[in-house]
Design a protein around this ligand. Structure first.
Ligand code: LLP
Length: 423
């Protein structure tokens, strides 16, 4: 039987797909489909890779919770000592609701609203990752009005090519993100002058699903050059935040593991004499992506003249990545059947041709069977919508033999509970 790409805790036991000690089919029977299932152990092991490499250094792993912001997932990482990378007020409130520590939160994002800044100042986040001079001015004013000082780091756009999908590449000059490398000195001088701000660090984030170390090393070198220039001018930069972006294996990608990536970055940091700095990382996908699957039931099989369609009960509203990025994610049956595989386009019931989960997949399937989309722990539930008035799926967290329903399935009444008819 072929090994499954991704997390080791999602595996075959004879012909059945298991998440740790629990069968996928049994979970689907108990909770219905579509259903997200996560392996807690996989999440913690993914985090441990970062932690091993960073042991003995001042560091903070800030889980980029946009990847999966469900409370129990946040709680898992908070208990393991993580901080959080947030980009909106709702994410901050989720961290607090999950028992996370505001003092370990970095607030990223290219457009922060004043009310978001105010709340983050009120609860005392570790740092604002600021992306423009205008934001520096607004934040300083807000902090002054609250008789506080805002800790800031500037997100520098190092202009390196992360060699990933254009929609998730963020460190090039043409991207909306960060402050251009050649404008960063001036922005730091401004930050150092503004009365409501404390400069505490520098950061970058060059993209997502990056599968090579080279772009990270290039970005690091550019940041270290800047730090040296800034400290030469008397502007101290206590922490260095290298963002997130490490890729995972969806099918046949071969990204470095987190421990190797971080060790190589540390070697360069040490070689250039910056080993004393506090180090931050903002991994999202690499902590949760391989830990999750999306279970779906086959509704209909339809053999066409050119294509065979396997129509399932999960759709683009549950899993946007294929429709949005053309992403290829592995799809396997929850229980293997004997027979000759045929090629199927696995598609959802949403009324759009872009509503597909996988194309030309060799499967033996019958209506009523269940399939699992693998590596669906990141940017799946967190990007889900109610398109076609479809309730969002439920989520289960497995820990060994134990399975806990961590999010109930949305019900139909909730879909329009906040709407009003006109007289
Ligand atoms: N830090 C910042 C400032 C970010 O913008 C992101 C992701 C991360 C950290 C975490 O990156 P990660 O380690 O997860 O690659 N929806 C897309 C991915 C969007 C990533 C956005 N920013 C997808 O499904 O591929």
């Amino acid at each position: 039987m072929k090994a499954l790409p991704g997390a080791p805790h999602i595996h075959w036991r004879a012909a059945d797909l298991f998440i740790e000690g629990v069968s996928a089919d049994a979970l689907a029977a108990a909770h219905g489909t579509p259903l997200y299932v996560y392996s807690r152990r996989s999440m913690l092991e993914a985090l441990a890779g970062y932690q091993r490499a960073l042991a003995g250094r001042r560091h903070l792993v800030c889980y980029a919770m946009k990847a999966n912001s469900t409370l129990a997932v946040l709680q898992t990482f908070a208990r393991a000592g993580c901080g959080f990378d947030i980009v909106a007020l709702g994410e901050l409130e989720r961290v607090l609701a999950a028992g996370g520590d505001a003092a370990k939160v970095v607030f990223s994002g290219v457009g922060k609203r004043p009310d978001e800044m105010r709340r983050a100042l009120e609860v005392g986040v570790k740092c604002f990752n600021v992306e423009s001079e205008a934001e520096l001015a607004t934040l300083s004013g807000m902090a002054m009005s609250m008789a506080r000082r805002a800790p800031v780091s500037l997100r520098v756009n190092p202009d390196v090519d992360a060699r990933t999908h254009p929609y998730i590449s963020t460190g090039l000059k043409g991207n909306k993100f960060g402050i251009a490398h050649d404008q960063a000195l001036a922005a730091y001088r401004m930050a150092a002058r503004l009365p409501g701000l404390d400069v505490v660090g520098i950061d970058c984030h060059i993209g997502s699903q990056i599968t090579e170390i080279g772009p990270y090393l290039d970005a690091l070198d550019r940041l270290l050059d800047l730090i040296e220039a800034l400290e030469g001018e008397g502007i101290a930069i206590p922490h260095l935040d290298l963002g997130g972006g490490l890729g995972i294996t969806y099918t046949d990608e071969t990204p470095p593991d987190a421990e190797l990536l971080v060790r190589q970055l540390l070697a360069r940091i040490d070689a250039r004499g910056h080993g004393h700095r506090e180090l931050l990382f903002e991994p999202g996908r690499s902590l949760v992506g391989n830990a999750g699957i999306l279970i779906t039931e086959v509704l209909v099989t339809k053999r066409g003249s050119e294509k065979n369609f396997c129509i399932v009960d999960a759709a683009m509203n549950d899993l946007m990545r294929p429709a949005m990025y053309g992403a290829t994610m592995a799809i396997v049956p929850c229980a293997l059947r004997d027979g000759e595989p045929e090629l199927w386009d696995v598609v959802g019931p949403v009324c759009e041709s872009g509503d597909w989960l996988g194309r030309d997949r060799a499967l033996v399937v019958e209506p009523g069977d269940r399939l699992a989309v693998l590596s669906a722990g990141a940017y799946a539930m967190s990007m889900a919508s109610n398109y076609n008035s479809r309730p969002r799926a439920a989520e289960v967290m497995v820990d060994g033999e134990r399975a806990v329903l961590i999010r109930e399935r949305e019900n139909i009444a909730e879909l329009f509970a906040r709407e009003h008819l006109v007289d």
